[in-house]
Design a binder for this molecule. Structure first.
Ligand SMILES: C[S@@+](CC[C@H](N)C(=O)[O-])C[C@H]1O[C@@H](n2cnc3c(N)ncnc32)[C@H](O)[C@@H]1O
Length: 277
């Protein structure tokens, strides 16, 4: 009720999730718990968590975890919560690389919680990967997630500015960089503006700063047959491909998310075309 009053659209769902968290039970257990007596301590805990939600903290940040693909990732104030639309990137990679046994080398730029790299390492058990982030605190979370999801033996994480200082070549490069225009940030929902780190959101005046920085150097890190997958923001489906083709790359596919919004741009180096006489 209190969440509804302040305009939280998912008020009922959020209250239920908070109650489940406090009682440490799942939805099915909650449904058959109508006669369960709630202790004073549980009421206090519920009240404390509800208060955080009233202050617009997202449920994922309150619980410190978020589901992505088939897995649960730790998240905190230093990491962007994994988003459902980002799962489109995993779909795009799976459509391109159908042989799951391949020994792929994967690079994730702006790894955050590590959700992209770690999910891909789970899907490709012979792959190895590197996650880069400018935030040491985010890398700490990514490392914990890799450990929890048992891919730490195939993952490395380093602090860095995009591709600076990375000499290695990769088969797959993925990135969901910050892409929100600076002037839009103040109009984002409080859940995002106050609880996701600004360094994960702000894409500069045009929203394109990070793509431009990554594109400057990317060729040096691509194996001959490498494919790159970028997540893009709404309304960027013309600008980002233009930037990519302007650097001589070829767009292979633009994949839409479940809402029908163009979300993933896949590209590679053009191959020499052999013309038969
Ligand atoms: C939009 S978040 C994406 C996080 C995660 N990959 C995901 O898809 O949920 C962008 C990430 O890029 C990182 N980042 C921002 N600027 C960076 C830079 N110059 N070099 C490397 N990483 C950077 C941020 O710290 C943040 O973790």
């Amino acid at each position: 009720m209190r969440l509804k009053q302040i305009g939280v659209k998912t008020s009922l769902l959020d209250s239920r999730l908070i109650l489940q968290e406090v009682l440490n039970i799942n939805y099915e257990e909650l449904l058959v718990s109508a006669t369960r007596i709630i202790t004073e301590e549980e009421v206090e805990k519920f009240e404390a968590l509800l208060l955080r939600r009233i202050k617009r903290e997202p449920v994922s940040k309150i619980f410190g975890r978020k589901d992505f693909w088939k897995y649960t990732f730790k998240t905190n104030k230093f990491t962007l919560d994994p988003r459902p639309e980002t799962e489109t990137l995993i779909d795009a990679v799976l459509s391109r690389y159908k042989d799951h046994e391949r020994e792929l080398k994967i690079l994730d730029l702006g790894t955050g919680t590590g959700c992209l790299l770690i999910t891909l390492l789970k899907e490709y058990p012979n792959a190895t990967g590197l996650g880069v982030d400018i935030s040491m605190e985010a890398l700490q979370v990514a490392g914990e997630n890799a450990n929890n999801l048992e891919v730490m033996d195939r993952a490395n994480f380093i602090k860095g500015n995009w591709l600076d200082g990375i000499e290695e070549k990769f088969d797959i490069i993925v990135s969901n960089p910050p892409y929100i225009k600076t002037k839009i940030i103040d109009s984002l929902p409080s859940e995002v503006r106050f609880y996701d780190p600004i360094s994960a959101l702000d894409g500069g005046e045009s929203g394109l700063d990070c793509y431009e920085q990554i594109m400057k150097d990317i060729e040096k890190n691509m194996n001959a047959h490498a494919h790159v997958f970028f997540e893009i923001g709404k309304w960027q489906e013309m600008e980002v491909p233009e930037l990519i083709t302007g650097k001589g790359f070829e767009i292979k596919e633009v994949k839409k998310d479940l809402l029908g919004i163009p979300r993933i741009i896949e590209f590679n180096k053009p191959y020499l075309k052999v013309i038969k006489h």
